[in-house]
Design a protein around this ligand. Structure first.
Ligand code: NAP
Length: 299
């Protein structure tokens, strides 16, 4: 249980509702900022207006999936209030407190570093990334269906990168009857792709595999689908780039060649906000409870 734990939740979207529900269920004292436009009862959580003093008693601060933007602003879809996280806010936090977010930009990292406040990025964790790969793969399939005039069944699909997202996606596409080719870097991934019935190739040879794909799904967060690769693609091919911004595709050249190329960030929050919220909520509540136990609070 989290009885007596003071949690300050700043901004967020529909995913935050699952987090509020879970934390309240565990009896935490939850204070919300950035939810004033939401006129539903939120499980006993208390609404507050944004003020430095809120930070003084917080054991935990929870920020949205992308903690802040490059200038410190926090997304709060249920409010018109502008929330900016400032040095003076973090300075007021008790030294034992922890800031949780999905992923942090340098602005947030630097604020927490400079005040020696622990920052936890949930999307960095293997377990969260693997759970999140499920709605991500479903979102990628949704985009593939929306942007092609063929079935995924029988389509030649190139999945670039066989990490946490790529593996789930490749298996999902295979389950739908696609002919899946997997572009990998490491020999072990080549072997795994072979074992799973994909047709593996090394991305150093990517150019040799560009003459026939219907769909390319990229999960590699560096420039990989270059102009040179796109020049070889058939005009029917569609590129769905899942890697974090700016993706790994030369979008300018794709447009020039008339190849449809889509950068698709944040799919879990778009296609399955409740599931994505639950994934974050489960992990967050477990980590807070572990942390309390480590500190010997026994609450
Ligand atoms: P990951 O587990 O690190 O997977 C990336 C994979 O790419 C790793 O297996 C890596 O291999 C491989 N790789 C890197 N360079 C390569 C190259 N040149 N050739 C072949 N393979 C290469 O990361 P992830 O969790 O799957 O996430 C992948 C990307 O998707 C990230 O940018 C992440 O932010 C993004 N993402 C987007 C969404 C969305 O909604 N669009 C959702 C989740 C994640 P090594 O490990 O051997 O380097």
């Amino acid at each position: 249980m989290l009885t007596g734990t003071q949690i300050l939740l700043l901004g967020g979207d529909a995913r935050a509702l699952e987090i509020i529900h879970k934390l309240s269920e565990l009896d935490a004292a939850v204070t919300l900022v950035g939810f004033d436009g939401l006129h539903t009862q939120l499980d006993g959580a208390v609404h507050a207006s944004y003020d430095e003093s809120l930070f003084e008693n917080a054991d935990v601060v929870v920020l949205p999936a992308v903690g802040t933007d490059d200038d410190g602003f926090i997304t709060a879809v249920f409010s018109s209030e502008k929330l900016k996280l400032q040095d003076t806010h973090i300075a007021r936090l008790p030294k034992h407190s922890t800031v949780y977010t999905g992923m942090a930009k340098p602005y947030l990292r630097q604020l927490c570093d400079s005040h020696n406040i622990r920052l936890v990025e949930l999307l960095d964790r293997d377990d969260v990334a693997i759970y999140n790969s499920i709605p991500t793969a479903e979102g990628a399939v949704m985009l593939a269906i929306q942007n092609t005039d063929i079935t995924i069944h029988g389509a030649e699909c190139l999945v670039l990168g066989l990490g946490r997202t790529g593996l789930t996606l490749a298996r999902t596409l295979q389950g739908l009857g696609a002919r899946v080719k997997a572009g990998v870097l490491a020999e072990a991934d080549f072997a795994r792709a072979h074992e799973m019935g994909f047709r593996p190739f090394y991305t150093a040879d990517l150019e040799l595999h560009m003459s026939n794909p219907d769909l390319i799904f990229n999960t590699i967060p560096t420039m990989i689908v270059t102009a040179q690769m796109i020049a070889k693609l058939p005009s029917r091919a569609v590129i769905i780039d899942l890697a974090s911004k700016p993706g790994g595709t030369d979008f300018r050249f794709a447009e020039r060649r008339g190849i449809k190329a889509i950068l698709a960030p944040g799919l879990p929050g778009i296609v399955a906000p409740r599931t994505a919220g639950r994934i974050m909520a489960d992990c967050l509540s477990r980590l807070i409870q572990d942390d309390l136990q480590l500190r010997g609070d026994g609450r």
